[in-house]
Every structure is written in C-alpha cells, then in structure tokens.
Design a binder for this molecule. Structure first.
Ligand code: ATP
Length: 235
C-alpha cells in the first residue's frame, strides 16, 4: 500500500535518511523503532511531505506521491499525528474534531465517525466543550488521534504516541490503536521509542540506526531478537 524506496532526506548538510526502504501493507500495523536521532520522525515527515525526500520514491497504491505537497498527501488519505500532538489549544474538543473533518462533506458519515471516536475515548465526550489546551497530556494525545480519525485516513502515521505519558495511559492508548486497526482495518505506521509496546502492537517492525534500516521482521520475532532486546528493550 505504502512503499518507500531508497529514500534520502537532508536537513541542510545533515544526511538524516540514508536510503530507507519500508513497505506497509493494507491493514497492517507497522512500528519503526530506534534510538534518539535515528531518523524516525524524519521518516514520517518525509512520508507526509513536510520534509521532502531528495532522492528515492514514495508510492501509495502504486501512485508516485514523493513530491506532492503535504495537503495533497492528506487528501490521498495519509494523515499524520505529530509528535507533541499539536491540537488547537483554544478550540474546544468538539471544534478540534470538526477540524479533522474539514476536507469532508459527507455529513452523515462525519456524525457516525464522531460517535465512534467518542465511544473509543469516552473522556473526550465528557470534555467536548473544554478547550483542547486544558486537557491532560494523555487526553491531548487521544484528541490528536481522534482528530486524525475524523479525516477517515487510509493510513494513520503516529509519531511517538507514548511521549511524555504515564505508563498506564500509554498502555490504554496502544490498546486503542490496536482496536482502531482491528475494527476499521485502518493501516497504521507508528514511530516509537517505547520499543516493547510498539513491537507488541505491530504485525511487523523496522529497526533504524543513524538514518538506515538495520533490521526488519515480525513484531514477535523482533521482540525475541537478542540484539533488539539488548539495545531497545533494556533486557
Ligand atoms: P527522536 O526519537 O529523538 O525524536 P528520531 O529518530 O525521530 O529521534 P529525527 O528527529 O528524525 O530522529 O532526527 C534525525 C536526525 O536529523 C538527527 O540527527 C537530528 O538532529 C536531525 N534533525 C532533525 N530535525 C532537524 C532539523 N529541523 N534541522 C536539522 N537537523 C535536524
């Protein structure tokens, strides 16, 4: 469904991605793990067109989307939930969710999707009139994921969904990510430092080191891999 081939991305002179190959099949959850600065966020930002690739190709269902603008990539159904969440702090929860659906005009389905995200995250329903910026970190992450779901994405890109959250909230968010994948067949590409949870939730995973993919396998095999255990699972 999504195919990155030999992707090179630079920030000025910094060669952040040095020939990345990643494939995400329809309906899969894929996790990309790696240390700080490995290039995980850059991989997502290149996929969503925010930091364009200098070399290589990105295809969505066979169509070359490498040089599309970020808004056109969103229109193709790739929706990124950025690191640090970036919800609209002065808009209410309900208004934030409306913004997620701004490219759509199928009002009946928008209503259905709104009920669905309120079902997934009942706390958001309770807080629907509260300003986004006054939510807790975990609630803001839930809102950011829900806002992305309101665009009915084909692929959801999640950048560090666990960042800065308490372990219990992280677990809750990962279990809902799995639920979203199972119930809607939404394809999900997660970038995470919490390798343990990310690989548990994933069908397949990729390991990244200083701009290169160094390993790929099923989530279960990577969790059992001695090198992965030592480097990323603290075992
Ligand atoms: P983290 O888990 O810490 O967010 P990451 O794996 O997501 O790390 P990236 O943020 O993709 O890593 O960074 C990859 C490399 O690119 C790093 O060396 C980083 O310093 C560099 N980099 C990232 N953003 C920029 C930028 N805006 N300008 C210059 N260099 C950047």
């Amino acid at each position: 469904m999504l195919k990155l081939s030999n992707i090179h991305t630079y920030y000025g002179n910094i060669h952040a991605l040095k020939g990345i190959d990643i494939e995400v099949e329809e309906g899969e959850v894929i996790s990309l793990i790696g240390a700080n600065g490995a290039g995980k966020s850059t991989t997502l930002m290149t996929t969503s067109g925010i930091v364009p690739a200098q070399k290589g190709t990105i295809e969505l269902n066979g169509e070359d989307i490498t040089y599309l603008s970020p808004d056109n990539i969103v229109k193709k159904g790739i929706c990124q939930v950025p690191e640090g969440r970036r919800i609209f702090p002065y808009l209410t929860v309900a208004e934030n969710l409306d913004m997620g659906a701004f490219l759509r005009n199928d009002n009946d389905k928008i209503k259905q999707d709104l009920s669905y995200v309120y079902e997934l995250f009942p706390i958001l329903a309770n807080r629907r009139n509260q300003a986004g910026g006054t939510l807790s970190g975990g609630e803001q992450q839930m809102l950011a994921i829900s806002r992305a779901l309101m665009s009915r994405p084909k692929i959801l890109l999640l950048d560090e969904p666990s960042l800065g959250l308490a372990p219990i909230v992280v677990k809750q968010i990962f279990s809902i990510i799995e639920k979203i994948n199972q119930e809607n067949k939404t394809t999900i590409f997660i970038v995470e430092q919490n390798a343990n949870l990310a690989l548990k939730a994933a069908h397949r995973g990729y390991v990244m080191e200083t701009g290169r993919i160094t390993m790929t396998d099923t989530g279960a095999n990577l969790l059992a891999n001695e090198d992965v255990k030592k480097a990323y699972l603290g075992i």
